[in-house]
Design a protein around this ligand. Structure first.
Ligand SMILES: Cc1ncc(COP(=O)(O)O)c(C=O)c1O
Length: 377
């Protein structure tokens, strides 16, 4: 494979496959019928070139553009989960006709969907997104609130529409959440809510989608005081321990998850090259040919950095006070401040664990969005 010069995202498909296999086997062990949808927005470059479709994943999309991409990549409609708060009538109509699993976000969207199917001779299965109050967290703006009665009203409305049936329930708590108790609390509240619903509202329920949000190996996000990410098994065990009481075997719905960062974050590194090395006062001042806009998540969590001499020997000398600037013309384009080994122009700087939300949030600011070279595909 020809890999172009830095700056470049370098991915390892075997890490993605390993994460997927671990999640898959955990779900199989805990629940049996299960599915994994890859959250496209986390990294569209990986959605385009990665191994997910071959692994049997569904596509989780949140816009018409992402939906079109999933279809172009060969995902059948019936393997697409269509989430998000902004779906046009034309996009909903297409998704209905292609049997995608639409998760309705709110009452306005549900009313539009009902008018789109009115008079239809076939019955369309749909899902709805729910939200619930989680201790210590602000309420979500997405989905139908269990506590406010919106969820019950939505289920009743769907049951009263001859052309619709409820086939999915969806929840996504928050992204990058490290506490298994929150996932358990959400599942407990979901099970309690379902126990209050007439059987007729939920008897066709086929998919229980509990979203994503499971952490990868990023350092503690800057805004968090506590950060204790656990292995993926801890989150799934916490959820399933609550779900089992609400869903008797053998008629359990498919348990679906739609992670992004857990699957791709650790699989992608970003390689840039030092173009200038100076000593300014007591500080080593370096400039690389990457920019902060290529790694916007650096504002969210400190980077995991290493540098290599051109022969790929790790730079491991004594650490001196350092600032690493990016290649744009902004004064605040600073990728790192802190102790770091001495580097020279031509050295490679590697940011690890940057597969989630960096490339997707990178604008074409001054430079093109760096390509992804995915090895092992
Ligand atoms: C509905 C939904 N599902 C899945 C995800 C993926 O989240 P994560 O990358 O934290 O797993 C997101 C992210 O915002 C989301 O909004």
């Amino acid at each position: 494979m020809h890999v172009q010069a830095p700056p470049i995202f370098l991915g390892d498909a075997s890490i993605i496959r390993q994460r997927y296999a671990r999640l898959d086997s955990c779900l199989r062990g805990l629940w049996q019928p299960h599915a994994i949808a890859y959250s496209f927005k986390t990294n569209l470059q990986v959605a385009r070139g990665g191994p997910f479709k071959a692994l049997g994943a569904w596509a989780e999309v949140v816009s018409g553009r992402e939906y079109n991409l999933a279809r172009e990549l060969g995902y059948p409609g019936a393997r697409i989960v269509f989430n998000g708060p902004c779906k046009t009538d034309a996009q909903l109509t297409r998704a209905l006709s292609e049997a995608a699993l639409i998760n309705v976000n709110d009452a306005t969207e549900l009313a539009r969907l009902i008018s789109l199917v009115s008079g239809a001779s076939t019955v369309h299965g749909i899902g709805i997104r729910l939200n619930t109050v989680i201790s210590g967290r602000k309420p979500s703006r997405f989905g139908f609130s269990i506590e406010q009665g919106e969820a019950a009203r939505a289920l009743q409305t769907i049951a009263a529409c001859p052309a619709l049936e409820l086939s999915g329930l969806h929840m996504h708590l928050f992204s990058d959440h490290d506490d298994p108790h929150s996932y358990a609390e959400a599942c407990r509240k979901l099970v309690a809510f379902l126990a209050t619903c007439p059987r007729a509202w939920t008897e066709r329920l086929a998919v229980l989608n509990l979203g994503g949000g499971f952490p990868a190996h990023t350092p503690r996000p800057r805004g968090r005081k506590q950060w204790n990410p656990r292995p993926i098994e801890a989150y799934l065990e916490a959820m399933v321990a609550e779900l089992v009481s609400g869903f008797a075997e053998p008629a359990r719905p498919v348990l679906m998850l739609e992670p992004g960062r857990y699957l791709v974050s650790d699989a992608v590194a970003f390689v840039s090259q030092i173009i200038r090395a100076q000593q300014v006062g007591n500080k080593q001042r370096l400039t690389c040919n990457g920019t902060l806009t290529m790694l916007p998540m650096t504002r969210y969590a400190p980077p995991l950095l290493r540098a290599f001499a051109p022969g790929l020997v790790v730079r491991a000398g004594p650490r001196v006070p350092t600032q690493i600037d990016g290649a744009s013309c902004r004064e605040d384009d600073v990728l790192y401040r802190g102790p770091f080994p001495r580097l020279q122009a031509g050295d490679y700087l590697v940011h690890y664990g940057v597969g989630a939300y960096n490339a997707s949030l990178c604008p074409e600011f001054i430079f093109p969005v760096p390509a992804l070279a995915l090895l092992g595909e």
